[in-house]
Design a protein. Structure first.
Length: 115
């Protein structure tokens, strides 16, 4: 039995997940379907939204994030990938930096940066 705290909303429900041979047998403690899906993913393929910065051509850092969660196991490799990206300014929130950065998630600008 694995105990998980759901982070999908501020309620923070405690969820018990029973796993056998890598398969989810039961999920108890979630109070909504989002929690069930979160718990399933957390024990089989945990994902997180990646947040970081990339360089701009003039050297200013630009905050970025993925627009969907990406595989937690790939976060370090994706951080390396960020090092090779340089964007031009100005950058506006929501601008796409890289389409399909990982697993269908795009990399987008997370904060306005002027020239
Ligand atoms: S199970 Fe539902 S209500 Fe509970 S923390 Fe997760 S999203 Fe929120």
């Amino acid at each position: 039995m694995k105990k998980i705290t759901c982070i999908e909303c501020p309620m923070g429900c405690e969820i018990d997940v029973e796993v056998c041979d890598g398969k989810v047998i039961s999920i108890i403690g979630n109070t909504c379907p989002r929690g069930k899906l979160y718990a399933e993913n957390e024990v089989t393929c945990p994902k997180r939204v990646l947040t970081s910065t990339v360089k701009s051509a003039c050297g200013k850092p630009v905050p970025v994030k993925t627009d969907a969660p990406v595989k937690k196991a790939e976060l370090f490799a994706l951080m390396e990938k960020l090092n090779s990206i340089t964007i031009s300014l100005p950058a506006k929130i929501g601008d796409i930096v890289c389409l399909d950065f990982s697993d269908g998630a795009n990399l987008i600008v997370a904060g306005n940066v002027e020239k």
